[in-house]
Design a protein around this ligand. Sequence first.
Ligand SMILES: NC(=O)CC[C@H](N)C(=O)O
Length: 194
Amino acid sequence: MKVGVLALQGAVAEHIASLQRAGAEGVPVKHPDQLEELDGLIIPGGESTTIGKLMRKYNFIEAIREFSHQGKPIFGTCAGLIVLAKGIEGEEEAHLGLMDITVSRNAFGRQRESFETNLEVKGLKEPLRAVFIRAPLITSVADSVDVLSTYKDEIVAARQGHLLVSSFHPELTDDYSLHKYFTEMIQRRHVTVS
Ligand SMILES: NC(=O)CC[C@H](N)C(=O)O
């Protein structure tokens, strides 16, 4: 199984390492043509405005929308979550606009810009060690979106079919269980398709 990590900006190497631990081959994606050979894609954390600009510049917007329309799984973490959302509070335009969620950027405020905590995540057996860095929150979801985790009553992880998002960085700890969950989403898709 080959899983791409969008390598325009942000935490790429760490995602590749976590994918490897979860038993998948992780490849950095720098060109839209690479998407064809991939079974899934991770859009990493970083700065969503920058990632969005670079996606436009290097023709990733339509290519990733097409990838998604084929039903191929996409996992957006932190800035990657913002890039996948249909709504961004205070901003006119979405980036990919694929997932029926609205997000608020940097929602945890200055004094709590970065922190770590253990989170219960639906579908994972053990609590997950989660690192939040200037993290966004999901402020509303459509009925078809499954909330996977909350922190202080706010939504921090969710899934809508083949789309998975987290406000936090699951790639910055040794715990690769959410990457494993994502690779299982990819595997199940193959089982149901073939
Ligand atoms: N760690 C992150 O990815 C932070 C996201 C960043 N605050 C943004 O709005 O894009």
